[in-house]
Ligand binder design. Sequence first.
Ligand SMILES: [Zn+2]
Length: 245
Amino acid sequence: MIDTARSSWTDVRDHVAAGNTIAFLPFGALEQHGPHLPLSTDTIQCAGIAARLAEHYSGLLLPAVPYGQTWDNGGYPGTISLAASTVTAICLDIAASARSFGVTTLVIVNGDYGNRAPVHAAAAQLIDAGADVLVLDYPGLVEVGDAVKESPWAAPGLCHADELETSMVLALEPELVHPDRYVAEYPEMPADFGTRPIRFDTLSESGVFGDPRLSTAQKGEAIVSFVVQRSIEEIDAHLGSGARE
Ligand SMILES: [Zn+2]
């Protein structure tokens, strides 16, 4: 595995020339995650998962994009949101550069819900242009969450600064978690939640959706390794499907 940001251009050239032509791009966000988690929570999670995938495939690990489309968290200080079109443009630019020096498959490891639509839009454009791109939105996350979490979800499939996300950060960057600030909050969710734009600060005072109090690093490791395993299955299926150039 080559960590691109920490390597020289000749290291990258030689790694690609040796046949290692798959690259991993973690796409994160700078987004509030309650009083107990850092704004970089989504970035830490997708960077951690992408690093394990790059290791598994002897790929190129690209630096995580530390900003994303996170309009719904805009009411909490520190949150910085990109326009959806900016997220799409960043993906297109990075894919074009990576392709120019021999990357044949780009795997985008998306860490933020708001990035989904614009990252998928970029992938569609890239595929139309003949590039090989795969977007991963944490496959298996809900399944492993159901198995590992002891606290209920704030809404079906919604994890935000809750036991699941807090456990993941405890496994990846424990020094950034403040357990003394844990609060549980189960906002009353509108019936049409997820179907229209809604600001989170109109729903949750703390920014937490769920209950982080039973979080542990062990649960986080179980979640991260399950998502990594599922991601490997998706990537293997993709590479075996002949989509690769
Ligand atoms: Zn998050």
